[in-house]
Design a binder for this molecule. Structure first.
Ligand SMILES: Cc1cc2nc3c(=O)[nH]c(=O)nc-3n(C[C@H](O)[C@H](O)[C@H](O)COP(=O)(O)OP(=O)(O)OC[C@H]3O[C@@H](n4cnc5c(N)ncnc54)[C@H](O)[C@@H]3O)c2cc1C
Length: 537
């Protein structure tokens, strides 16, 4: 069998890549060792940037319809149990409230789409169905990647079906999206480095349809998405998208302990089924390389973070979307060699940064949890002092996990060979997002007249924005861009708000909506600029 791109692994990252490639008309095949998507809990929050990406792919509406109801609060609690007064409530807007805040803001500081809670076991079948709908995507479950070889012309993978028969798939490119234990990465001899096996936890999945409606229980925490139990076992209850399923994480000795742990966390008798218990470990690891020849790596195959901050899958979706259009451009012939070279330069720095963001958030979590003392439930001055101290520290430290809008939206590709170099640039901040059009940054969201978002007007190719009352003549740049063979259009936007937020008259965007050049007058050498941004310089 032959294909243009072989994607290994149908987790959320591989499926996003396959769908995006398929939407661009790239012939691709995705192989997955499992016979079908599994009903196992993992991620549950698509962040704002991921939802913007899914919006561009035409999927945001479907994902919201399949995910958590938009009116359910997203609050986070620290408590002793669900039926006891919370020690701390951190209030976060529901999706509906977040949409209202976004609608009322037009200074570039907000994303176009807020986050969405959707369980990984809901998202994967949805993305699989999208991939299967695309005529140029072949989806093969029950097909395990075994080994690969490559030469200057192509890459060949050996795959094994569940019956045991093996087969070769020849591709122009292979992308390993096969998760933390990536066989593709191991075959390439690429190492993960950092801190491995930091903490081992059990995770349980519970079907407990009555719990959500009972909340608040007694004077306990109200409705929300995360309930951190202030104990010595790092116990943490998460509402899943249906509100009928819940997951609990805890450091316990054995799987059997997870039933009692759930009952103690809820605090009152309730009917439930424990559907699954497994173990997972916390890692902060980054791969040395994201590519070897015609083989690329994306998602957990190259970065493993602690779920604090929810940056695992979300970082992987960013990898997929960075790589997809570059593969398309290269296969179509207008993308120069440096375009695919830029993938590792751009995405590895974001992987590195998000491993750091996850460390920052998890250290915060550990800090408040280290204030736990066995007397925390005592009705004594000492017990009260323990509760007060832990709550005070959690009020600062737990926020690190839940308030990382800078890590989500503010990443910028520095030192990329396909982005113009403007020395300097704003600092990368985890907690704060400051809108910028510094080359390498994502185009900030701005509302135009009649409530049209600028991002919705940006097409799938390169876009030159002519903003405000600019009289600049962009025709030489337009000609140079079209001469490369890349898809290109000019968008004239007289809107003054956009000009004010973006700060420049002319902005050149690439297909993933990242800025590659900006100026108030046309570039001195438009041919050189066009060659640079398409990887042909
Ligand atoms: C408890 C928990 C909570 C989390 N919460 C969040 C969150 O809220 N937000 C977030 O962004 N991230 C979260 N994460 C992280 C997130 O789940 C991962 O980052 C994400 O699953 C990575 O996606 P992936 O597609 O790269 O890899 P995976 O999801 O691991 O998918 C890899 C796929 O490849 C397949 N595969 C492996 N080997 C082969 C082979 N040889 N041949 C064929 N197929 C193969 C596997 O079967 C699997 O389907 C959480 C993780 C955990 C453990």
């Amino acid at each position: 069998m032959t294909t243009d791109v072989l994607v290994v692994g149908a987790g959320p990252v591989g499926l996003t890549l396959a769908v995006d490639l398929g939407q661009r008309g790239v012939r691709c095949t995705i192989v997955e060792q499992k016979p079908a998507p599994e009903f196992l809990p993992k991620m549950e929050r698509c962040n704002a940037r991921t939802m913007e990406i899914f919006r561009r792919m035409g999927l945001a509406g479907k994902i919201r319809a399949a995910g958590l109801d938009r009116h359910v609060p997203m609050d986070v609690y620290v408590a002793l149990a669900m039926n006891e007064p919370p020690l701390l409530r951190l209030k976060y807007p529901s999706v509906a409230e977040a949409f209202e805040a976004i609608a009322a803001t037009n200074d570039g500081s907000m994303p176009l789409e807020p986050y969405q809670l959707i369980s990984q076991y809901t998202l994967e079948p949805l993305l699989k169905a999208e991939a299967e709908r695309l005529p140029c995507v072949t989806v093969r479950y029950g097909c395990e990647f075994v080994s690969l070889s490559q030469d200057a012309e192509s890459a060949t993978a050996t795959v094994r079906s569940r019956g045991g028969s093996t087969e070769e798939i020849q591709a122009q490119y292979i992308v390993g999206c096969d998760g933390g234990g990536s066989v593709v990465r191991k075959q390439l001899g690429i190492q993960l480095r950092g801190e491995g096996n930091i903490l081992r936890l059990h995770q349980g999945l519970y079907y407990c349809p009555g719990l959500f409606d009972m909340i608040p229980i007694a004077n306990g925490p109200g409705k929300g998405r995360h309930y951190h139990i202030a104990d010595g076992q790092s116990t943490f209850l998460i509402m899943q998208d249906s509100t009928k399923h819940w997951t609990l994480h805890a450091v316990v000795d054995s799987a059997q302990d997870m039933a009692g742990q759930f009952e103690r966390t809820v605090g009152v008798p309730i009917r439930y089924d424990m559907l699954y218990v497994g173990q997972w470990k916390q890692n902060l690891l980054l791969a040395d390389r994201y590519r070897a020849g015609r083989v690329f790596l994306a998602g957990d195959a190259v970065h493993l973070v602690i779920p604090t901050g929810g940056l695992g899958m979300n970082t992987g979706v960013g990898d997929a979307i960075d790589l997809s259009w570059k593969l398309d451009a290269t296969l179509r012939g207008w993308g120069g060699r440096k375009l695919l070279d830029s993938y590792e330069v751009e995405r590895r720095q974001i992987g590195d940064r998000n491993v750091g963001a996850s460390r920052y958030a998890s250290q915060g979590r550990r800090k408040w949890r280290s204030q736990y003392r066995p007397n925390i439930r005592d009705a004594s001055p000492d017990g009260q002092a323990t509760r007060d101290n832990l709550t005070r520290i959690a009020d600062v430290e737990q926020r690190k996990t839940n308030e990382m809008i800078g890590a989500e939206l503010g990443y910028r590709y520095v030192g990329s060979p396909v982005i113009t170099d403007e020395p300097g640039g704003p600092e990368h901040l985890f907690r704060d997002y400051i809108p910028t059009t510094w080359p390498g940054a994502r185009l900030p969201h701005v509302w135009l007249a009649k409530g049209t978002p600028m991002q919705d007007l940006i097409g799938p190719g390169y876009t030159l924005l002519r903003l405000g009352r600019s009289k600049a003549d962009p025709s030489a740049l337009e000609r140079s861009m079209l001469d490369t063979g890349a898809p290109f259009e000019t968008l004239t936007v007289p809107d003054e708000v956009a000009r004010d937020v973006y700060g420049y008259d002319l902005i050149l965007l690439r297909p993933d909506m990242h800025v590659v050049w900006r100026g108030n007058v046309p570039p001195e050498d438009p041919v050189a600029l066009a060659a640079l941004v398409t990887g042909n310089a």
